[in-house]
Design a protein around this ligand. Structure first.
Ligand SMILES: Cc1cc2nc3c(=O)[nH]c(=O)nc-3n(C[C@H](O)[C@H](O)[C@H](O)COP(=O)(O)OP(=O)(O)OC[C@H]3O[C@@H](n4cnc5c(N)ncnc54)[C@H](O)[C@@H]3O)c2cc1C
Length: 394
């Protein structure tokens, strides 16, 4: 009997972990119920509840536990079998055999190889009742999750959705916030309801889109090669950068009360739905790290708690990228003007008004704004220059 962690394993297609486990006989799944819930935990729990129902047809138990005792052997992606990838990371390396630090050369090299295709799908079969060696726990989802509409909960629905995706205007419009051209596949990729190989197998191969899937792959490769990406800046010199500690301003950012309509709309949408468009993630992360000069790790941790697609590697790499502390990033001195970003990518104001109905002029700082843009920009540049001169060993 083999027990498998539900994490990233609740699907039929491209699932070698489960297919191989079944070759050894009966299987069961264990799902660890968290003590403190993030948005993504709740979403995963809901997927696991639907999975438990589906698995009943085959007598395959899905057990909810508080923890997995150290001594018990439980199969999991990343242990018995590596996570599904599009390319072989050990092959996509520099001339010196090192992992790429920059995305563009990684991307160009990755495109030189055919992508890995889907591996075994699981052929489910009814098994005999098995004894459960685990102590089950009751699941109490947090009250706040009751009002949230979560993305799809089972693979079949996601596959149906995949078949409907039209990428013909993705390249031109992926930055648009109001006329959304992006796919919203990230919760499914993050929880493993589908793999990027299945996405490709469904014919979603438009170049600009595949480039984004490879950004994800690059983030995961980086976290594998440099696991400290969630802790320290990859651009080591930034270890000494003087971030500000300001709980009041941080809370205003989290709550969408900065007085910058585009920032506030995005942060409120995140809080109420767990979703935020990529362009808005860039604008809000830039605002926190440059306008407010608050540590990127605080923002990163807040996104990990609130995003329904929270993914440690993608989140950390992107935060480092926006903050300008990674190795392949927009430099710290390039500072987004949130008002201009709003005019360009959320032109009509409809998006902003949905989340900030109180706002009159959607492309202006509001009365009592946390800081004036020009002043914030100057201060950020001043501190950056000072740090460069005195502390960064440049
Ligand atoms: C500060 C910040 C934090 C982020 N945190 C996360 C996170 O926790 N989880 C997460 O999945 N993505 C994260 N991203 C990347 C990106 O914003 C989301 O993947 C994207 O918005 C998801 O929407 P979509 O599926 O409609 O994207 P699409 O544009 O349709 O892209 C398709 C897929 O490509 C991948 N992808 C797209 N852009 C990126 C990117 N910049 N980096 C890595 N993969 C990408 C995602 O898997 C996405 O589902 C973050 C970006 C920023 C700037």
């Amino acid at each position: 009997m083999i027990w498998i962690q539900t994490k990233e394993a609740m699907r039929t297609r491209d699932n070698r972990l489960v297919a191989e486990a079944m070759e050894h006989g009966a299987i069961g799944f264990v799902h660890v119920v968290p003590k403190k819930w993030t948005m993504r935990d709740v979403y995963e729990m809901k997927i696991a509840i639907a999975w438990r129902e589906e698995m009943k047809t085959y007598n395959i138990p899905v057990v909810f536990v508080s923890h997995v005792p150290k001594e018990s052997e439980v199969w999991a992606y990343g242990h018995q079998i590596e996570r599904p990838k599009l390319v072989e990371w050990t092959q996509i390396v520099t001339g010196a055999g090192k992992p790429y630090q920059k995305f563009t050369p990684f991307y160009k090299k990755a495109k030189m190889y055919p992508f890995h295709v889907e591996e075994a799908s699981v052929t489910w079969r009814v098994q005999k009742e098995v004894e459960i060696p685990w102590e089950e726990v009751d699941v109490q989802l947090p009250r706040w999750s009751e009002t949230i509409t979560f993305p799809l909960l089972c693979e079949e629905d996601v596959l149906t959705y995949l078949a409907t995706i039209d990428l013909s205007w993705y390249a031109d419009a992926r930055d648009e916030i109001e006329n959304e051209a992006v796919t919203r596949l990230s919760p499914y990729l993050s929880t493993g309801l589908v793999t990027s190989r299945t996405v490709i197998a469904y014919g979603l191969q438009e170049e600009a889109f595949v480039r984004q899937l490879l950004w994800r792959e690059f983030a995961h490769m980086t976290a594998w090669a440099q696991p400290h990406v969630t802790e320290r800046p990859l651009y080591e010199k930034f270890q000494t950068f003087p971030w500000r500690d300001d709980e009041v301003q941080f809370t205003r950012w989290c709550r969408g009360e900065t007085g910058y309509p585009i920032v506030d709309a995005a942060m409120r949408e995140l809080w109420q739905t767990g979703y935020m468009h990529n362009r808005l993630r860039m604008i809000t992360a830039s605002f926190l790290t440059k306008h407010l000069r608050i540590h990127w790790r605080k923002g990163m941790n807040y996104f990990m708690e609130t995003l329904v697609d929270a993914d440690e590697a993608s989140n950390a790499l992107n935060w480092q990228w926006v903050a300008g502390v990674g190795v392949d990033n927009s430099p710290y001195f390039r500072i987004f003007n949130p008002l201009e970003q709003g005019k360009k990518y959320a032109k009509t104001g409809a998006y902003i008004r949905t989340w900030c109905p109180e706002v009159q002029d959607v492309h202006q700082e509001q009365n009592g704004a946390i800081i004036m843009h020009e002043e914030a920009r100057k201060r950020a540049l001043f501190h950056y220059e000072q740090w460069k001169e005195h502390d960064s060993n440049n």
